[in-house]
Design a protein around this ligand. Structure first.
Ligand code: AMP
Length: 607
């Protein structure tokens, strides 16, 4: 069985190298996934063997594996040798090696294949941006997971072949390191790759915007053009998508301000002066032409939509769109409400789970609402291990983390209902690398686990014995924003938080940007409600004893979170991968938040 799987896999990889993809139609890729998921355990063992075969003797592995003859060692033996000899690693462990690559060392440090491109992953290592290796394999797996997910989606929501996709996608600026290595976000590398073009052909749907718009480097100009071309081709648009849901919400809130200019451009076949980049102007002008009847129709619809606070904007303006597709889980969950507002009855399909380091799993149940979506692990992409995590009992002295760990186990041994941290061994030179994401096994697809994304492992709010994760904060903010909606019909636009330890006693600060008029009394109630909603025992005890002070709610002026976005984009982030940090100690961000604070409230929960 093992060798049959491995032979099929090898053939598939070889074919991929020759034409970018071995599957001509959706049934093939679904059939392939059925086979590898049925044999997920052996496929994982084989995947590890292949990674080690490709990279045996590189500096990092040599240090731990010595001169083990990978080719002559049986895959199962190799798996147990590898997991017992090579230690778990974090980004901090590989950072000096990645830095040498960035500086131009072309020796076999992490991989035999020279690394010519590095990606920027979210988060930092001690204040420095995190670089991870990117190779052709990374773009190929992106293509493969997109095609797999597209195949499952098209079964549930068939789309017209040759139709268009309104894609809110953005490349970041790329730069070169001292050693002439290109650095950019993983999505940027992908949009520039051959695989991105192949994807459009294989899935037979084409993005509305030309490459010049995607890679303009100015997200405001790109957003305007995505909207303009999306409207221009509105009859042909089969679905609307972005990498993370934030980009769609951001684009449609910009649309609320821009629609009149967009209508003028459609009517006259012109391009607003706000598009100043010559390459973008040319590329877009070559596509559009005057269409007065479409402009009048859009104008009429917008006048109606305005009175409805833009509820149902998507189906009204894109009547043939079948669904909205984007990552809506994890830190994107807070944008779901706004997305539903724009999409109304149109299905929201939650996109796949991955990271700059490796793709992980695909959503095989596109009909499930985003709150219930799971990701089936793709056992050929990387070698996955799972560190069992157990919630700590209360009152534990250590606050560095919320979990007790057990020994890592292979994919074939995970259990339903158990939480784990994911560990990756990748084709791109990461070995037993802790990703820092917490997942729960929700079930199985054949032999491969279906994961629920829980949260990033790092605690985000902690002062002393209190421990709150991003998910805890999200739940608390949801309670507060429900009250805001119920009592004032106002909307929470975005939020972040900070653990203020500069003043004694330390306390949590939650920053809210809101839309709508709200009485101070209501905001005070929201603040108190949120404070009461933190259920972590360490927090409750500390609040009762006043070793943590009352929760502070700060209202920031409209546009504050846009300023934060601009700050990150200015520092090399791409809108496509942007995630508002839900807790920050970044001095620049805090300065923006402080300067924009217009009101402060303190909770009376434990008075
Ligand atoms: P990046 O490093 O920018 O590539 O972001 C990768 C991280 O985004 C992952 O480690 C997750 O924490 C988060 N992420 C990616 N895909 C999803 C998803 N489908 N649901 C929830 N979080 C996700």
């Amino acid at each position: 069985m093992e060798s049959a799987v491995s032979a099929a896999e090898t053939k598939q990889q070889q074919q991929q190298h020759s034409n970018g993809s071995s599957y001509n139609d959706q049934n093939d890729i679904v059939g392939w996934f059925e086979r590898v998921s049925e044999n997920a355990g052996p496929v994982q063992t084989e995947t590890l063997r292949r990674i080690l075969e490709l990279n045996c003797g590189v500096e990092y592995l040599k240090k731990w594996l010595g001169d083990i003859q990978v080719q002559e060692t049986e895959a199962c033996v190799l798996e147990s040798l590898y997991t017992s000899l090579v230690p778990l690693s974090t980004h901090a462990d590989i950072e000096p090696l990645v830095q040498r690559i960035a500086d131009g060392d072309t020796g076999p440090i992490l991989t035999h294949q020279p690394i010519t491109t590095l990606s920027l992953s979210s988060g930092t290592t001690e204040g420095r941006q995190k670089y991870v290796p990117f190779t052709r394999h990374s773009a190929q797996t992106t293509l493969q997971i997109f095609r797999l997910a597209a195949a499952y989606r098209s079964r549930a929501y068939p789309t017209r072949e040759g139709g268009r996709i309104l894609e809110f996608i953005y490349s970041s600026k790329q730069f070169k390191t001292k050693g002439d290595i290109s650095v950019g976000t993983a999505t940027t590398h992908y949009y520039n790759s051959q695989e991105f073009k192949i994807k459009q052909e294989k899935t037979k749907s084409f993005t509305c915007s030309p490459q010049e718009v995607i890679s303009s480097g100015d997200y405001k100009q790109s957003t305007y053009c995505h909207l303009l071309l999306g409207l221009f081709f509105s009859d042909q648009v089969e679905f609307i998508t972005s990498t993370f849901a934030y980009s769609i919400v951001q684009a449609f809130s910009a649309f609320e301000e821009l629609w009149q200019d967009l209508c003028t451009d459609i009517r006259e076949g012109s391009l607003s002066t706000r598009i100043s980049l010559p390459k973008v102007r040319k590329a877009v002008s070559d596509i559009i032409s005057p269409n007065p009847s479409l402009a009048s129709k859009i104008e009429e619809n917008c006048n109606e939509l305005r009175g409805l606070d833009w509820c149902g904007l998507i189906p009204k303006l894109w009547p043939n769109a079948k669904y909205v597709y984007s990552i809506m889980t994890g830190s994107m969950q807070p944008y779901l409400k706004k997305l539903r507002h724009y999409a109304m009855d149109l299905p929201l399909v939650s996109a796949d789970y991955g990271s700059t380091e490796s793709w992980i799993g695909a959503n095989l149940d596109p009909c499930l609402p985003p709150e219930r979506v799971t990701f089936a692990v793709i056992p050929t992409f990387s070698y996955f291990e799972f560190i069992p995590l157990f919630r700590r009992r209360q009152n534990c002295a250590s606050v560095s983390d919320d979990f007790i760990e057990d020994e890592p186990i292979p994919l074939s041994q995970v259990k339903i209902g158990q939480e784990y941290e994911i560990v990756l061994t990748t084709f791109t030179g990461l070995y037993r690398y802790r990703l820092g994401d917490v997942v729960e096994v929700a079930g199985f697809h054949n032999g491969t686990p279906k994961l629920n994304f829980m949260c990033r492992r790092k605690l985000i709010l902690t002062i002393n014995i209190d421990k709150n994760t991003e998910k805890d904060l999200q739940m608390v903010v949801e309670r507060g924003s429900e009250l805001l909606m119920r009592k004032a019909k106002a909307e929470l636009v975005d939020f972040t938080s900070h653990a203020d330890v500069a003043h004694q006693p330390g306390h949590y600060v939650i920053f809210w940007e809101i839309k709508g008029e709200v009485e101070e009394r209501v905001l005070k109630d929201c603040c108190t409600e949120m404070d009461a909603s933190f259920v972590d025992h360490g927090y409750v005890v500390s609040r009762r004893t006043n070793s943590i002070g009352p929760l502070e709610l700060r209202i920031v002026e409209r546009g504050t979170f846009k300023k934060i976005l601009d700050y990150f984009i200015g520092n090399g982030a791409a809108l496509s991968q942007f995630k508002i940090p839900r807790c920050t100690s970044n001095q620049v961000i805090l300065r923006i938040l402080n300067a924009c604070t217009i009101k402060r409230f303190y909770s009376t929960t434990y008075d």
